[in-house]
Design a protein around this ligand. Structure first.
Ligand code: ZN
Length: 142
């Protein structure tokens, strides 16, 4: 699947999450909700609420389905969001910032696992999904 571009399904994202959770986070992260969003500006995002003790509540990972990704790119995007999740869960950073805690962990991941996690996502290894032109019949009937 290297260098093949694809838009993952929720199930794909869930499977990758489980794999990276085991590999990189000792399986410590609880399964969050996953959503695919049509958004060109947001590639990935981690959102959650907090209870009165600042514990993560209702975590959710959003991935843009406006793009197709290579396996490596999707990994970088997903692990980026999982780092936010982990930092929130461990109360190191509950505001999902790209501060010191994020930077340290991202650099550690990049060194140890060969990932390429940055504060921002460049567009290398991803491409916009071509919107299908409506066919003649759907034009007539929509
Ligand atoms: Zn981020």
């Amino acid at each position: 699947m290297k260098n093949t571009y694809y838009t993952p399904s929720i199930y794909d994202v869930m499977c990758l999450f489980e794999e990276y959770n085991k590999k990189f986070f000792n399986g410590e992260l609880m399964l969050p909700r996953f959503s695919l969003i049509k958004d060109k500006k947001i590639i990935g995002r981690f959102v959650c609420g907090f209870d009165e003790n600042d514990n993560v509540d209702d975590p959710e990972i959003l991935i843009s389905e406006s793009y197709e990704y290579t396996d490596d790119k999707l990994k970088d995007v997903l692990v980026h969001e999982m780092i936010h999740y982990y930092l929130a869960e461990t109360k190191q950073d509950i505001r999902m910032k790209h501060g010191k805690a994020f930077k340290l962990l991202a650099e550690d991941f990049n060194l140890r696992y060969g990932t390429n996690i940055e504060k921002t996502v460049d567009d290398c290894g991803m491409r916009l999904v071509k919107t299908k032109k409506k066919g003649f019949l759907s034009k007539l009937f929509s």
